[in-house]
Design a protein around this ligand. Structure first.
Ligand code: F6P
Length: 537
């Protein structure tokens, strides 16, 4: 492994002067450095990767045992070693297969729960299951992290397919979130879904209690307005939720990988079971591609290798995800959890320090909005930010096709501009035509130079549908997995969230004034004093 990393670094140094625009003069580069899967196209030709770099990266992946570990994951092996769990979110979109964990086929109860979800969703959508005031018009999903980001992202993404109740997503413990969400709703026609794998998460349980009080004040049978999604049936029962409205899942579904099962209930209510099935089918299609395509043509493996090249080899510490699709506006936030909670680790599976840096900071916003905000830095800042563009061939509004064309033009223009840049001679010529001369011309021209040679990839899909969204999300899940295997870490635990949670519990009584802040550091004591005073005011 070590020699593979060294080989990559040596090659990176050798090709340090490579210009992407120069590479693209090779007429076969675009075809060679892109992959098609069905109607999906992934173009990574606008990067500095050359054939040797790609072959070294493929060797790195091979030496890390990506394919064997992938097969182990799909087969139900306990690859989440720090929690002693299998990793089987893929089974949720391949319901008819048998999957053995500890010698037992775990799928029959999964299928049974899925059938109950479908029935529940149908009955809610048809008004057979209803609230005190009649058919549910609104669904409030209370959850956080993996119990929120996936369904919230997909609900927005699939708005054109939404023909069920309106969905709202409450996650933040900040009371403003639930307050503002419930304010416009009629409790008698609102279904509250409490979504929490553990049913202990403080934010979710606090918001659930607030919703219960809100409901109890206005309806005679609050229980009829709630459902729950959790692995902890005892805790949902203790909360008072009727077992017929509780949809369980297993500990081998990680929180940030859970939208394919009961955590996706709000999405299923919105788009219907058939649409949800298409979403699962898209993900299953990507699973099959990941399992069977040769590494050099395998989308998740290639996305991961491009990521490793940019982050660990080139040293670019962040990655911008830039969907040119307003409905994917929550995708960057979703990917932040997926990537950063999965691969933001500092020790390897064996508990020794990582030899390479962990995964990148992932961030982004939809285009074209970002163009008028942070693209300045992407084009002219001193640091390089690899960009991942996502674009669709067709929008959902035929009457606004001219706007979609403009959107696509902007997406392509950005990747082209990042690559080409504008040199000083070109900038000088432009400013000279505007009448500038001498020192002022030099000064003004320098501000208008774009260094260019900034790498980007583009994922192009025909249209944003349940199927293609399923493909995209599964693609990113597997990319994270491959990166994790290559870095040698466990992508499926999240110990890094624990310390802050523990300290928050300890700070609560201090802020209430019940416990002294004396053993806190001076900074925290000062902030406690300040914030307590504000609370009393
Ligand atoms: O704080 C991290 C985390 O455990 C995430 O991994 C998870 O998605 C989220 O909290 C919510 O957890 P739960 O579904 O158990 O409420």
């Amino acid at each position: 492994m070590k020699t593979n990393w060294q080989g990559l670094r040596a090659h990176h140094a050798e090709i340090a002067d490579t210009r992407i625009a120069g590479l693209l003069k090779n007429p076969s580069r675009a075809a060679e450095f892109s992959v098609r899967h069905g109607e999906m196209l992934f173009d990574f030709s606008k990067t500095t990767l050359d054939a040797k770099a790609l072959s070294l990266l493929l060797k790195l992946s091979d030496a890390a045992g990506v394919e064997a570990k992938r097969d182990a994951m799909f087969s139900g092996a306990k690859i989440n070693e720090t929690e002693g769990r299998a990793v089987l979110h893929t089974a949720l979109r391949n319901l008819n297969a048998a999957v053995m964990v500890d010698g037992e086929n775990v799928m029959p109860p999964v299928r049974a729960t899925y059938a109950r979800m479908v029935e529940f969703a149908r009955d809610v959508r048809e008004g057979k299951i209803k609230g005190q005031g009649g058919a549910y018009t609104d669904v409030v999903n209370i959850g956080i992290g993996g119990s929120d980001l996936g369904p919230a992202m997909a609900y927005l993404a699939l708005a054109p397919y939404g023909d069920g109740p309106r969905c709202h997503f409450v996650s933040n413990v900040d009371g403003a979130h639930i307050h503002d969400t419930l304010r416009g709703l009629n409790p008698e026609t609102t279904l509250v879904i409490i979504a929490s794998k553990t049913f202990t998460t403080i934010e979710t349980m606090t918001n659930a209690e607030t919703a219960r009080v809100w409901m109890a004040a206005q309806v005679t049978d609050p229980a009829a307005q709630f459902a729950a999604v959790s692995t902890a049936a005892d805790k949902t029962a203790a909360f008072g939720i009727d077992p017929s409205r509780v949809f369980g899942f297993e500990d081998w579904v990680g929180g940030r990988y859970s939208m394919w099962g009961p955590i996706g209930l709000s999405l299923m209510l919105a788009i219907g079971p058939a649409g949800f099935d298409d979403f699962l089918a898209g993900a299953a299609d990507m699973d099959a591609h990941f399992r069977h395509a040769a590494p050099a043509h395998n989308l998740p493996i290639l996305l991961a290798l491009v990521g490793i090249w940019h982050n660990q080899i080139c040293g670019y510490t962040t990655r911008a995800v830039l969907p040119y699709d307003q409905r994917l506006s929550r995708l960057p936030a979703y990917l932040q959890q997926l990537e950063m909670e999965s691969n933001g680790k500092r020790v390897s599976m064996d508990g020794v320090d990582l030899v390479e840096h962990s995964g990148p900071v992932v961030w982004g916003e939809p285009g074209t909005n970002g163009q008028h905000a942070f693209y300045q830095l992407i084009h002219q800042g001193t640091r390089v930010v690899p960009c991942e563009f996502i674009v669709t061939r067709q929008g959902h509004e035929p009457e606004l096709a001219h706007q979609h064309l403009l959107l696509v033009a902007n997406c392509l223009a950005q990747s082209e501009a990042l690559m080409r840049g504008r040199n000083l001679a070109e900038a000088t010529e432009i400013m000279a035509k505007k009448g500038l001369t001498g020192a002022e011309l030099d000064r003004q021209a320098r501000h208008r130079v774009f260094p260019g040679n900034r790498p980007s990839t583009t994922l192009a899909i025909p249209k944003l549908t349940p199927f293609t969204l399923g493909q995209i999300v599964a693609l990113y899940e597997h990319r994270v997995f491959v990166e994790g295997v290559i870095l040698g870490l466990n992508s499926f635990d999240q110990w890094g969230v624990e310390l802050g949670k523990e300290l928050a519990v300890a700070l609560q009584p201090i802020l209430e004034g019940r416990v002294s802040a004396d053993d806190k550091d001076a900074s925290t004591r000062m902030l406690v004093d300040y914030l307590r005073a504000a609370k009393q005011a």
